[in-house]
Design a protein around this ligand. Structure first.
Ligand SMILES: NC(=O)C1=CN([C@@H]2O[C@H](COP(=O)(O)OP(=O)(O)OC[C@H]3O[C@@H](n4cnc5c(N)ncnc54)[C@H](OP(=O)(O)O)[C@@H]3O)[C@@H](O)[C@H]2O)C=CC1
Ligand SMILES: CC(C)(CO)C(=O)C(=O)O
Length: 305
């Protein structure tokens, strides 16, 4: 399988490495020239719990990526998705499938603008990953990933993708209830990521503070109510359990939103807290705690310029 990772930062490199280990022909595509140059010069350096690995995976700027690809895995931030796919349009052929495991709501709809609906796959990943510097990625936690065709249809390609990722070391399952899984993940992110970004602390710190724990619980309850109102019948218990896992097993992981504010970058809070608030309000529900965190992170973005 010829695979392009579009947006080869923290998560893109982790998943590109798994496809590479499984024997796929992988190209890491990214707009950062120093990152692309470092990978091509010395290989991708992955610092994993099992040790440090150097993998000879080619990296390219979007204009230099040679397609057509069988699979393009979109791992940019959500607000870069459309621009990134436009930049790789020359390498998307009639049989190219697209996959998004990005956080947030609305990813399937964005991908559907570039290939037929039957070729769009979406999912969610609980793997944590940090971009340490050009060509260097660190991932010291465990977590599974789920995916499925976004708009139904034959899951054969999704099965091949999940199989390759699992063989390459990232536990990945097919999940026909993928939109419920995505809702569960976005609620988890809405509860954890803004608090990490606003306090500049990791989940372990949140776990030690009752104020953080109460806020996390409130956001989960608001998110589940919004999901139910939108026809996604999810159970809050596994989401509360995931927040506990995050505060223990991922205690030192810098949530992606924390990495963003520390680097002075825009965050994905609109696609996470913002999307939940709008989905709740569209059904006549309020989500005041989720909305307050959304606004506080927007203020943080404004402060960072
Ligand atoms: N990090 C994590 O632990 C997790 C992240 N996620 C989700 O995965 C997605 C990716 O996150 P993460 O890996 O942390 O993000 P990163 O910022 O580490 O990686 C995104 C990469 O995409 C690049 N990029 C931006 N625009 C383009 C473009 N037009 N074409 C190609 N590449 C581009 C960025 O370059 P530049 O920086 O120069 O803009 C960057 O290198 C997000 O949706 C996130 O929420 C999900 C689970 C866990
Ligand atoms: C790693 C994980 C699952 C939890 O923090 C995440 O989604 C993120 O950092 O955005």
């Amino acid at each position: 399988m010829k695979v392009a990772i579009l947006g080869s930062g923290a998560m893109g490199c982790l998943f590109g490495a798994a496809f590479h280990r499984a024997g796929c022909d992988v190209t890491l595509v990214d707009v950062s020239q120093p990152h692309v140059d470092a990978i091509n010069a010395s290989g991708l350096e992955l610092d994993l719990r099992g040790g440090v690995e150097h993998l000879p995976i080619p990296a390219r700027l979007p204009a230099d990526a040679e397609g057509p690809f069988d699979l393009v895995v979109v791992f940019t931030k959500t607000f870069h998705t459309e621009g990134a796919l436009q930049g790789l349009a020359h390498a998307i052929g009639p049989d190219t499938h697209l996959l998004s495991l990005q956080n947030g709501l609305g990813n399937a709809e964005k991908l559907a603008g570039f290939v037929p609906d039957a070729q769009v796959m979406v999912g969610a990943s609980m793997m944590p990953s940090d971009l340490v510097g050009p060509g260097k990625v660190r991932s010291h936690g465990d977590g599974h990933s789920r995916l499925y065709p976004a708009f139904g249809g034959n899951p054969a390609r999704a099965e091949a993708v999940a199989d390759a990722l699992t063989r390459g070391g990232l536990d990945t399952q097919l999940d026909p209830a993928i939109h419920e899984a995505i809702w569960s993940k976005v609620i988890f992110n809405a509860a954890m990521n803004p608090l990490c970004a606003l306090t500049r602390r990791t989940p372990g710190f949140l776990g030690a503070n009752p104020e953080a724990r109460a806020t996390i619980r409130a956001v989960v309850e608001e998110g589940v109510a919004a999901a139910h109102a939108n026809g996604r019948m999810i159970d809050p218990a596994p989401i509360h359990a995931l927040t506990e896992v995050s505060m223990t097993d991922h205690a030192d992981h810098e949530a992606s939103m924390l990495q963003d504010v520390k680097a002075g970058r825009r965050t994905e809070v609109d696609a996470i807290n913002g999307a939940i608030v709008l989905a709740a309000e569209a059904k006549g529900l309020a989500a005041p705690v989720t909305r307050t965190l959304w606004h506080l992170v927007k203020l943080e973005e404004a402060k960072l310029g």
